[in-house]
Design a protein around this ligand. Sequence first.
Ligand code: NAP
Length: 255
Amino acid sequence: MSNLLEGKTALILGVANRWSLAFAIAQAFRREKAELILTYQGERQRLNVEDLSKELGATLAPCDVTQDDEIGKLVHELRTSGRRLDSVVHSVAFANRDDLSRPFSETSRSGFLLAHEVSAYSLVAVARAAAPLMTEGGSILTLSYLGAVRVIPNYNVMGVAKAALEASVRYLASDLGPSNIRVNAISAGPVKTASARGIRDFSTVLDEVSRRAPLRRNTEPSEVADAAVFLASDLARGVTGNVLYVDSGFQIMGM
Ligand code: NAP
C-alpha cells in the first residue's frame, strides 16, 4: 500500500491476542506507517499484549473502559507526553456468556446494563476523553455487527448494545464534526475470535454466511483492517456517521 497513515498516531483499544480484530487493524495501521498506542484491560492480559505491542513497535498502556479514572489517566499521560491523536479504534465489547445462550427475554437487568456499559457507553466515554487530543481533526472508529439491526440467533443483548453503539456513532459524529473529527463504525462479518467463541452455535453463523453471502465466503480480519485504514485515512475525509459493512455482502440478502 502507500503510507496512508504516515505522520498519524492511533490509539487502539481491544487487542487481546493475535486473533483480535483490533490486532489485524493495528498491523494494517503499522503497515501504513501509523504510530500506535495499544491498551489492555487488566494485568491478566498485559503479558500477552506486551509481546504483540513489541512486534508492532507500539506503546502500551492499561485501560479498562468501565473505569473513568483509567480513561482519564491514559489521556492525561498522552497529553503530558505531548502526543496528538489522529485516530482512535474502539474494538471492545462484552456480555455475560449466559445472556448469549438463553432467550433474549430472560436477559437480567444487570446483564443488560453490563453489555451496554462495556460495548456502547465506552465509545462515548473514550470519544469525549480523546477528542481534545485530536487537535488537527481525526477519526474515531468502532466495530459493530449485523445483530444491531437484524435478529441473529443467540446474539441477544449484544445486538441491542450494538444498536445503541451505532446510534452513538451518529450522535458523536454530529457533536464532533465541527472539530473535524469523524466517527464511523465497521459492521464486520463473523470472525472466529475469543469474543465470538462466547456466542452459542457461532459456527452455524459462519456456515450460513459462507453459503449465502454474495461473495460466498467469510470475512477475513485483514479485510476489516483495510477498511479501517481507509476510514482513518484522509481518503475518507468526507465520511462520518456511517456504518460500513465489511461482511462479504451478507447483509443485503433476504431469502
Ligand atoms: P476480542 O479479541 O475478544 O476483542 C474484544 C476486546 O474487548 C478484548 O480485547 C477485551 O479485552 C476487550 N474488553 C472487554 N471488556 C473490556 C473492558 N472493560 N475494558 C477494556 N477492554 C475490554 O474479540 P473481537 O471479535 O476482536 O472483538 C472486537 C470488536 O469487534 C467487538 O466490539 C466485537 O463485538 C466486534 N465484532 C466482532 C465480530 C466477530 O465476529 N468477531 C464481528 C463484528 C463485530 P479482554 O480480553 O482483556 O477482556
